[in-house]
Design a protein around this ligand. Structure first.
Ligand SMILES: [Zn+2]
Length: 91
C-alpha cells in the first residue's frame, strides 16, 4: 500500500524566505483562512455595535464584502523577531 505523506501543510510551506528586514529565520506564514475569519469576525462584531452607533453597520457590511478577497490575497509572511510583515510580491 502506498503511503501519501504530502499534506496540504507541506505544500503551503513550500518556499518561504528569511525576513527581508532582519534576516531572521523565525518566519510565520499567514494563511488566507486567517484573513477571512478576521474579516468575518470583525464584521459580525461591528454589526452588533451598529445597533448603538449606525455607521458601524456600514463598516460591518464592507468587511463582510471584503472577506472573499482573502482568497485572492497573496500569501503573507510575518517575522517573529521584528514583526515585519511582507508578501511574496514585495520581494
Ligand atoms: Zn525580521
Amino acid at each position: 500500500m502506498k503511503q501519501e505523506d504530502v499534506t496540504k501543510d507541506d505544500v503551503a510551506k513550500d518556499e518561504w524566505r528569511p525576513c527581508p528586514r532582519c534576516e531572521s529565520k523565525r518566519v510565520d506564514t499567514m494563511s488566507k483562512a486567517f484573513f477571512i475569519l478576521m474579516f468575518l469576525g470583525t464584521g459580525s462584531m461591528l454589526f452588533w455595535l451598529g445597533f448603538l452607533f449606525f455607521p458601524f453597520f456600514i463598516i460591518s457590511a464592507l468587511l463582510m464584502l471584503m472577506a472573499p478577497l482573502g482568497f485572492i490575497l497573496p500569501k503573507m509572511y510575518q517575522c517573529k523577531d521584528c514583526n515585519y510583515t511582507w508578501t511574496k510580491n514585495d520581494l
